[in-house]
Design a binder for this molecule. Structure first.
Ligand code: DC
Length: 218
């Protein structure tokens, strides 16, 4: 069986960074499932597709042909690595992700990412829906304040001035939408290990996941 480590959790919990580092440490593939929803949202915004038009958005999702190469993401030949990280795209992604037909359209591409020697998958429903048989499931959380502070620092590094209260409010609103949707809501899988990273460095968080994984495979 091809091993999978799932890392789910709310927005700005550090999942992406932690998952990519765990994958690198183990020589595993890495699936950034949020990028798929972001790509779908980006294309919908670009093509002015109504964000409530479920069947049009499912068509868009089904025909996405992104290329993931050397840490970059290309869509229809365009480098969209940074563009899909824009707040506007994140908000649209959260709306698009609440539509069952869109989630269905993205099922196969996610399952196909499970290849030898193994996969680290990051998202919201990796452990609960996509890879329910994963031997290690992590639910990575952090307080809204800690997550807002991290996002603030990230934006600052890019020279973008943000307001911490607005960021906190946006995060909480996004959490609410991700947790309350009818399909695949953000929630830990029953057998997930909860990891609160509010007070942890990235290295310590990565170290904990690796330790859990190694203790499983010993
Ligand atoms: O992890 P992220 O911020 O890049 O995800 C963008 C949006 O996609 C987020 O609002 C929730 C949604 N998402 C999801 O519903 N299921 C996943 N497996 C990954 C992301």
């Amino acid at each position: 069986m091809i091993p999978v480590i799932t890392i789910d959790g709310p927005t700005a919990s550090g999942k992406g960074t932690v998952a990519a580092r765990v994958a690198r440490a183990l020589g595993f593939h890495y699936l950034d499932s949020g990028a798929l929803y972001r790509l779908c949202a980006y294309k919908a915004l670009k093509e002015k597709i109504d964000l409530t038009d479920e069947s049009a958005l499912a068509q868009t999702a089904a025909h996405l042909a992104p290329l993931f190469e050397d840490g970059k993401i290309y869509l229809d030949g365009e480098d969209v690595t940074d563009k899909i990280r824009a707040e506007e795209v994140g908000v649209a992604a959260s709306k698009v992700a609440s539509l069952p037909a869109v989630r269905q359209a993205l099922l196969d591409v996610q399952k196909r990412a499970r290849r030898l020697p193994g996969l680290v998958a990051d998202g919201r429903d990796m452990g609960s829906v996509i890879f329910p048989d994963a031997p290690l499931k992590v639910f990575l959380t952090a307080s809204a304040q800690a997550r807002a502070q991290r996002r603030f620092n990230q934006l600052k590094e890019k020279g973008i001035v943000a307001n911490i209260d607005t960021l906190t409010r946006d995060l909480e609103e996004r959490d609410r939408r991700d947790m309350q949707r009818a399909v695949s809501p953000l929630a830990p899988a029953k057998d997930a290990k909860i990891l609160d990273s509010s007070e942890l460095t990235i290295e310590a968080t990565v170290g904990q996941v690796l330790q859990w994984y190694r203790s499983l495979t010993k």
